[in-house]
Design a protein around this ligand. Structure first.
Ligand code: PMP
Length: 362
């Protein structure tokens, strides 16, 4: 048996132990059915029950109202960058909040289908903060934003700025890939919200979409069936073979969240971990956070060392001690500690202990 590492990966990322144990057993035999989860027909009653309970648990976790559909798409969030404008832009104007690499990709895709207008941007300051000045278009089809910027380590949060102050009546669309279900969420503020699963929800290759039903019906017709949200809603995400294993794991992760005390408990846990690291950074001479304090992400914590050599020494020492995945994304450099829901508090402490040791020994 190998010792498992402390996994700071930005995604695919750490999953709860109990979920992995359950999945391990379900690979061989799904809960006494005599067939493994990878081998069950997606049309059989056994997988039907898995899909139904996964949807029910997603709804329970976030108190999702009945007039919203919960869809499971067999692809990543990148597909949503195109699918959203393909369905809802139709040559028109949509406002985009530009806060990092992923919002940039969403804007690029939107250009294929209409005119994305950048309503706010922190690009000039290396995406180190969440903007607080907005220039809305006259009549945008929707506003799109990225709730957590995985690469730069900033997050829309706090009473005032958990989302952009959208003009009355404009649909709000959110890429919540790296913070969905890490904190309480009021689904009614959103018209459509999507998240690829490989951070807080489960394995890669499946995207959860939560969308108001009347809005999804307003989408373009005449697109290929799998490019229309209404197909997934009408056929319960089963127009073709869905990502059965991914949906199973999401169901287990949702049960784990509920057992832990739900989204309020997730938020408390995530705040406690982030505080350990940010408090350390604020008191350190050698390490400095990238994000402005009011925009700091609780999920992806980005920081730099005083010199590149210090960073290299830290990464080498971390790898030697089983702290994995701390190297920052190539576009920002430095270090990044991703600490999603399933990441343990003691891991945050291990990280700052080592950062402090490297700082002292130079
Ligand atoms: N949006 C955000 C905020 C992300 O962090 C990522 C992946 N890291 C994506 C979109 C793209 O997801 P995928 O690779 O599943 O398409």
């Amino acid at each position: 048996v190998t010792e498992r590492k402390l996994n700071f990966s930005s995604g695919p990322a750490v999953l709860p132990d109990v979920v992995l144990r359950a999945a391990q057993s379900a690979l061989w035999d799904l809960e006494g059915t005599g067939i493994g989860i990878l081998e069950h027909s997606h049309r059989g009653k056994e997988f039907g029950a898995v899909l139904a309970r996964t949807e029910a648990r997603v709804r329970a976790v976030a108190s999702i109202p009945d007039d919203y559909a919960v869809l499971f798409l067999t692809s990543g969030a990148t597909v949503q960058f195109a699918m959203v404008p393909e369905n809802f832009l139709a040559g028109g104007v949509a406002d985009y909040c530009h806060t990092g690499v992923w919002s940039g990709k969403a804007i690029e895709e939107a250009r294929r289908y209409g005119q994305p207008h950048v309503a706010c941007s922190s690009e000039a300051d290396r995406f180190s903060y969440i903007p607080d000045r907005f220039e809305w278009s006259a009549a945008p089809r929707y506003v799109h934003f990225t709730s957590n910027n995985t690469i730069y380590g900033t997050q829309w949060r706090g009473e005032v700025r958990s989302e952009p102050p959208v003009p009355e009546g404009v649909p709000l669309i959110c890429d919540a890939s790296s913070d969905l279900f890490s904190r309480p969420i009021d689904i009614r503020k959103y018209t459509l919200l999507y998240a690829s699963a490989q951070k807080n929800l489960g394995p890669p290759g499946v995207t959860v979409v939560i969308v108001r039903r009347d809005f999804l019906e307003s989408g373009a017709k005449g697109l290929p069936p799998l490019a229309q949200y209404r197909t997934y809603a009408k056929e319960a995400s089963m127009h073709n073979t869905p990502n059965t294993f991914g949906i199973y794991v999401i169901g287990e992760v949702m049960q784990w969240i509920l057992d832990q005390g739900g989204l309020a408990a997730m938020q408390q846990h995530n705040e406690a971990k982030a505080k350990v690291v940010y408090d350390f950074l604020d008191g350190s001479q050698a390490w400095r956070g990238h994000a402005r304090p009011d925009s700091r992400s609780l999920m992806n914590l980005t920081f730099r060392g005083a010199t590149p050599e210090l960073e290299d020494r830290m990464v080498a020492a971390a790898e030697a001690q089983g702290l994995s995945g701390l190297r920052g994304h190539r576009s920002v450099g430095g270090l990044r500690a991703s600490m999603y829901n399933a990441f343990p508090l003691h891991g945050a402490q291990r990280l700052v202990d080592l950062l402090g040791e490297i700082e002292r020994t130079g």
